[in-house]
Design a protein around this ligand. Sequence first.
Ligand code: S3P
Length: 432
Amino acid sequence: MKEMEIKLTDSTLQGHLEVPGDKSISHRSIMFGALADGKTTIRHFLKGEDCLSTIDCFRKLGVEIEETEEEIIVHGKGWKGLEEPKEVLDTGNSGTTTRLLLGILAGCPFHTVLVGDASIAERPMDRVTVPLSQMGARINGRSEGRFTPLAINGTKLRPIHYELPVASAQVKSAVIFAGLQAEGETIITEPQLTRDHTEKMIEQFGGSVTRRGNDIIIPGGQTFKGTDIYVPGDISSAAFFLVAGAISPDSEIVLEKVGLNPTRTGIIDVLKDMGADIEIQEAQIAGEEVGTVTIRTSNLKGVEIGGDLIPKLIDEIPVIALLATQAEGRTVIKDAEELKVKETNRIDTVVSELKKLGAEIEATDDGMVIHGKKGLSGGHVSSHGDHRIGMMLAVASLVAEGTVILENAEAIAVSYPSFFEDMDRLIQGKKS
Ligand code: S3P
């Protein structure tokens, strides 16, 4: 599936859908399952390439992981159960796997080498290796440890008080994993609230962590007990259908069992702000908040998006940019420099690809400005190997006049292997 021709013009989307499991939670469930004592059973795990990379790395670290149609079963033997791998660990396209593994391996008494794909090789790892080195970690890598390949020689770690220079859940989580192994109490101060799945999972596995304002306090020397995990639907995947439903004519989509952790629901805030016809029903708690979200064709208006909202929707900005092309007036996205260090530079890739479809969109230093409402045309576009750019462009093809040809559509399998099947089911209006 290198190049894919998509023609979904003027489609109406109808039906119910349960999107695949949350990527962030799926990664962490394997990690904590591997570090815990005993069996962890994970339901609704995301079998996307990124999370499969995490499974592969932990298998190479000596952890037994069974995969069935319905479940993943991790047979953890505690921190001490991890073994020195005989091979290089390949984290593929996954920033979460690479950065969180660094925090885990920093305290494990053996040597490991981490390598990823061409995109990972360009992504900054010093944001993790700097605080881990302050804790005593021995990590070497290309460009003085800034990039993969990285070699880690695990050692005893000391606690630190670390003020995160960027709002990043990956950096926070890497330091948390190191802090869990340190002798004493580690404190992390975050500049803005970021996704807190690691903190929630520590508690689900019987450990402890405290939040005081912007501080997260992690007692060292913790051990965990295996448990059962249900992974809610990924709101970052649901986002593509929320936007598709809002901008396609005569549409109504009901998304079931979507994760509604308040650190992740920025897309819902933006849709409401834009005036979308959206409803949230019966949010229940299952370790993480879960609920049903209904979206219908909407008349939208432009908005300003920035500040503390950005970490709550950072992965949704590509599809929010598309949404803004179909909203009356100007949408400004600011304070989002972090987009430059994602799977691609998402300021560049969003602007260049949407322009090819006729959007009025300009890049700024820390985001973008979109002028709507603008009819989109067909065109030849590329995912640039970035799953979220690929899915955003596939959704764009629903409202484009003419054929959209999407290159490198295979990248979508990183987080949503069944994306086109699910889209097709809604186009047919079949109830899933
Ligand atoms: C993630 C955190 C975010 C997000 C990424 C997943 C996580 O990255 O963009 O897709 O699972 O912790 P940053 O920590 O770099 O903001």
